[in-house]
Ligand binder design. Structure first.
Ligand SMILES: [Zn+2]
Length: 185
């Protein structure tokens, strides 16, 4: 009975992501993560490690060998899809689903990150590595709780700014403060 209810709630919530904007992982110190085999897999792992390092080990990704066991899945696509708009969005996109705990707290249930090799409309032009890395860090930001009304920063120095405006964009103290508030650190 409980299981049926949870499944129903998931279907309901998935269509209303924006309503439940502030949701983190229930166990942020052990988020089961799967990265598809790809020549950028190591770079992706470095991007995950960056968030672990910056949160002083409060967010940890535990790699699993099967996508079926994963909470966060990373897929690589050859070309950016048409629904990837603007920056990130030219190179990456993240979809999240939510679940409701018995305590009625809303938490992240799954997150799927797609990273593209090529920018849209650029006739197959390969992306620069450091730009792809920044998009990876940005997309992981979404996958750990930068969602809904808090999806993007208005600070142009932040990695969570919705466009690539500078090579110096990085995770800012404000970004970390948001996570601290979200997870109650
Ligand atoms: Zn974004």
């Amino acid at each position: 009975m409980k299981k049926v209810l949870l499944v129903l709630m998931l279907i309901f919530l998935t269509g209303f992501n924006a309503v439940f904007a502030d949701a983190g992982w229930e166990n942020p110190k052990s988020i089961r993560t799967y990265i598809e085999p790809n020549d950028k897999k190591m770079m992706m792992k470095q991007a995950f490690a960056k968030w672990t390092q910056l949160t002083n080990g409060k967010i940890v990704f535990k790699y699993v060998t099967s996508p079926d066991d994963a909470q966060i899945k990373v897929k690589f696509v050859k070309d950016a899809s048409k629904d990837m708009k603007n920056l990130e969005q030219a190179i990456g996109v993240t979809h999240a689903t939510f679940a409701v705990l018995p305590s009625r707290k809303v938490v992240l249930n799954t997150a799927t990150i797609e990273i593209a090799d090529h920018a849209p409309g650029s006739t197959g032009k390969l992306m620069l590595k450091d730009r792809i890395f920044r998009v990876m860090v940005h997309e992981i930001g979404h996958a750990i709780g930068f969602l809904g009304t808090h999806a993007h920063s208005s600070d142009r120095q932040s990695i969570m700014f919705p466009a690539a405006v500078s090579r110096n964009q990085d995770v800012t103290q404000n970004d970390l403060n948001f996570l601290a508030k979200l997870y109650g650190w």
